[in-house]
Write a protein that binds this ligand. Structure first.
Ligand code: UDP
Ligand code: MG
Length: 345
C-alpha cells in the first residue's frame, strides 16, 4: 500500500470567536487556496471541507458562517452552545472531522496559509504530524515576545516538553488525530499534548503576519489561563518545589531557633525585642503559605474538574442540520456525533 492513499481528503478546522470582521475576508481565501490545491495535479489532495466552529460569539459570526455555508458547499458551520475557549472549540472541530488529514488554523489567517503546501508535502512523504513553527516573532509586541520566551524557559525548567514557537497551526493524519481524541482531559493544552503522541513529526517554518481584521480574541486573562494550564496539565514540579521550599524553611527555622535560644540564654542582657525580626518572618512565611496554598488549590481544582468529566464542548447545531419544519430556530440539537466527550473510539 502506498502512503498516503491518494487522492485523500482534508478537513480544515477553524475556531471562530467574534470574527465578524475577519471571516468574510479570510474564509473565501481559505476555500480558494484549497480549491487550487485540489486542481493541482502535483498535490494528492482530492477534496476538502472547511469546518468553521462558532465558539459562542456575541457578534454576527454565526450568521456570517451560515451565509458562507450556503455560498460554498465546502463550508460547514458548527455552533457551540457557548464560549468554550479556543482549545475546546478546536477539539470540537477535530471531533467532527472525518477526513484522512485534518488541519487547524486561526480565523484571522495570521498563520501563512502557503505553509499548508509544505504540510501536505510532509504528509505525502509519510509524516503523521506537520507542525507550523513561527520562524520569527517580530509581529508580536515586545511584551508578548518577552513573556513567550520566559514561558518557554519555565516550561523546560519544569520538564514540560513543548515545541518552541508552535501554536495551533498544524496538520494531523487520521491515526494521529484518533490518538489525540483518545486523551480525555478537560484541561486542554493541545500544543503540549502533541509531542506526547509520538508518530513521525515534520516541522514547517513560516512567518506570522499581523492580524488584518478585528482584534486579538486572546485577552490577557485567556492567555494567563492557557499558560497556567500548560504548566499544571503537564508538570507536578510546582508541587514538589513547594515541598522542597517547606523543607528548606523548616530547616532554616530550626537553625534560627537554636541561635535564638543560645542568644537568649548566653546574652540575655543584650536581647532587644525587635520589630523587624518579628514582622519580617511573619510576612515571609504568610506569603509563602498563601502562594503554596494557591498552587495546591490550582491542582486540586484541576482534579475536581477532571473527576466531574464534564463535556469539553457542547455542539448546539450545524449548518448541515435539516432546518426545523416550522422555520423556528432549533432549540437544542445535539446530533449523536456531537456528544464527543462520551465518544468511544
Ligand atoms: N478563539 C476562539 N475562542 C476564544 C478565543 C479565540 O475560538 O475564546 C479563536 C479566534 O477566533 C481565532 C483563534 O482562536 O481564530 C486565535 O485567536 P486570536 O487570533 O485572537 O489570538 P492571537 O493570534 O492574537 O494569539
Ligand atoms: Mg490571531
Amino acid at each position: 500500500m502506498t502512503w498516503p492513499a491518494t487522492p485523500y481528503r482534508a478537513d480544515i478546522v477553524v475556531p471562530c470567536y467574534n470574527e465578524e470582521d475577519a471571516l468574510p475576508e479570510t474564509a473565501p481565501v481559505i476555500v480558494d487556496f484549497f480549491t487550487g490545491l485540489v486542481a493541482d495535479p502535483g498535490c494528492g489532495l482530492g477534496a476538502f471541507r472547511l469546518i468553521l466552529i462558532n465558539d459562542g460569539s456575541q457578534d454576527a459570526t454565526w450568521s456570517i458562517i451560515s451565509e458562507l455555508a450556503q455560498r460554498y458547499p465546502e463550508i460547514e458551520g458548527v455552533m457551540l452552545s457557548r464560549n468554550f475557549g479556543h482549545q475546546n472549540a478546536m477539539l470540537a472541530g477535530l471531533s467532527v472531522a472525518d477526513a484522512d488529514v485534518v488541519l487547524t488554523m486561526d480565523a484571522d489567517l495570521q498563520d501563512d496559509i502557503a505553509a499548508v503546501k509544505a504540510m501536505l508535502a510532509a504528509y505525502e512523504a509519510g509524516s503523521d504530524l506537520a507542525l507550523g513553527v513561527r520562524s520569527d516573532r517580530t509581529t508580536d509586541s515586545a511584551g508578548k515576545q518577552g513573556a513567550a520566551n520566559a514561558y518557554y524557559r519555565l516550561l523546560s525548567l519544569l520538564g514540560v516538553r513543548i515545541i518552541r514557537n508552535h501554536a495551533d497551526f498544524r496538520l494531523m493524519s487520521r491515526p494521529a488525530l484518533d490518538a489525540l481524541l483518545s486523551y480525555r482531559e478537560v484541561n486542554l493544552f493541545l500544543r503540549g499534548l502533541i509531542p506526547t503522541l509520538g508518530f513521525s513529526v515534520a516541522l514547517v517554518p513560516y512567518a506570522r503576519k499581523p492580524r488584518l481584521q478585528g482584534e486579538t480574541k486572546y485577552t490577557l486573562r485567556k492567555m494567563i489561563r492557557l499558560a497556567v494550564d500548560g504548566v499544571t496539565s503537564f508538570s507536578i514540579m510546582p508541587l514538589r518545589l513547594i515541598a522542597l521550599l517547606g523543607a528548606a524553611i523548616f530547616a532554616g527555622t530550626m537553625i534560627a531557633a537554636l541561635y535564638f535560644l543560645w542568644v537568649t540564654f548566653a546574652h540575655s542582657a543584650d536581647v532587644v525585642p525587635g520589630w523587624a525580626s518579628t514582622a519580617l518572618p511573619m510576612l515571609f512565611l504568610g506569603g509563602m503559605q498563601l502562594l503554596s496554598i494557591g498552587i495546591l488549590g490550582e491542582y486540586v481544582g484541576k482534579i475536581y474538574l477532571e473527576t466531574k468529566r464534564r463535556p469539553r464542548f457542547i455542539i448546539h447545531k450545524t449548518t448541515s442540520d435539516a432546518p426545523p419544519p416550522d422555520g423556528r430556530d432549533m432549540i437544542s440539537v445535539n446530533p449523536p456525533s456531537a456528544s464527543v466527550p462520551a465518544r468511544s473510539r
